[in-house]
Design a protein around this ligand. Sequence first.
Ligand code: ZN
Ligand code: ZN
Length: 417
Amino acid sequence: MPPQFSSQPIVAFMTISVLLYNPRTHLPTRICNKHIPATLNSEHHPMQHPDYEARRNRVLRKFREAGIDSLLVSGVANVRYLTGFTGDSSWLFLAPDHHVILSDTRYETQLQTECPGLDVEIRDAARTVLDLAVARISAHGAKRAGFEAEHSTFATWQALSKHLASTSAALIPTSGIVERFREVKDRSELSQIREAIQIAERGIGVVRSSLRAAQTESDIRFLLESAMRDFGGQGTAFEPIVGVGPTAALPHAHAGHRKLNEHPVLLVDWGAVSSHGYRSDLTRVFISEKPTKHIEKVYKTVLAAQQAAIAAIRPGARCADVDRIARGLIADAGFGPFFGHGLGHGFGLEIHESLRMSPLSQQVFEPGMVVTVEPGIYLPGKFGVRIEDDVLVTPSGCEVLTSVPREFEQSFVGVLA
Ligand code: ZN
Ligand code: ZN
């Protein structure tokens, strides 16, 4: 899905063949050749265990640069990234030799399973997570207590300030410390992202092969969501965008009541959540009747812009420069005013992560980063085209992880009556 606009400038801080099994019948449904994990079944192939302690130690090594001696991690995805804990309402207090999750009784058993070996403090109903955090900061003798500015409300800051007023601790806002590490994916994360992509691609296969003229955008959305669940998805990465004709001209459209037979253009932007919480994000346009020359021109312009951008992604390339390549091609074709959002975004545990390709980005690609590449042209009241793929930056260039066909002629679909 298209990246959100930032409220502030973004600064840098085996090819194998497998049988695909229908999860209901356990019968092979088709053969495919592509880069995919050996299986989707996480029960038989558990996630390669991430080294959460090593992740926390990398964050600790940033403390001096950030001017802090402890850090309250309150971002839900950040806590998960650093501990493996999948619940919420819980903070991680991080200081040298002092890693502890501050949680509540609802999560006591879950924490024992998900975070073995990690110190846990459970509060009762008479105390808040904030009380526990204040006590930790005080007991630790922190002088410069960092907190995550982007994941703390003003009210939280006020309360922390009030409680710490009588101590020698200063509250230091930090920004993007953990997010910066999350931009570069490790092996366990890449295998999860590949799983999320495979679930999404199998889901769209079901939708594509069963399109009917009277189906509405909502019908297609529900079928897609259900198919991804059938293929092992823990959920949808976000509410799928399904738009026919004029709806497709809205970059963040909600699926509504427009029927497939109302316009030749069907845009679907969708993704799945893998067994361990990682996401995928793709967009395809399907063309259900003979397209006009205008539709063909728009489609081929978007595809050319996307392919040129992907060809430029490599370690050391500036995100803003890659964005400029795609934006320039679209402008040269006369559609400049109709491509308003950034070219792509990082994703992983969250659908929009801190890596951004836009004219404002000051970020530079590194091996291990994953990013969407999703130029679009939106013609209000008529139709829109966006083509979105997921790309991994490799040591020598990049690898397109997604494999749903994207050539113009491959976008033609048959529609049942
Ligand atoms: Zn998308
Ligand atoms: Zn996206």
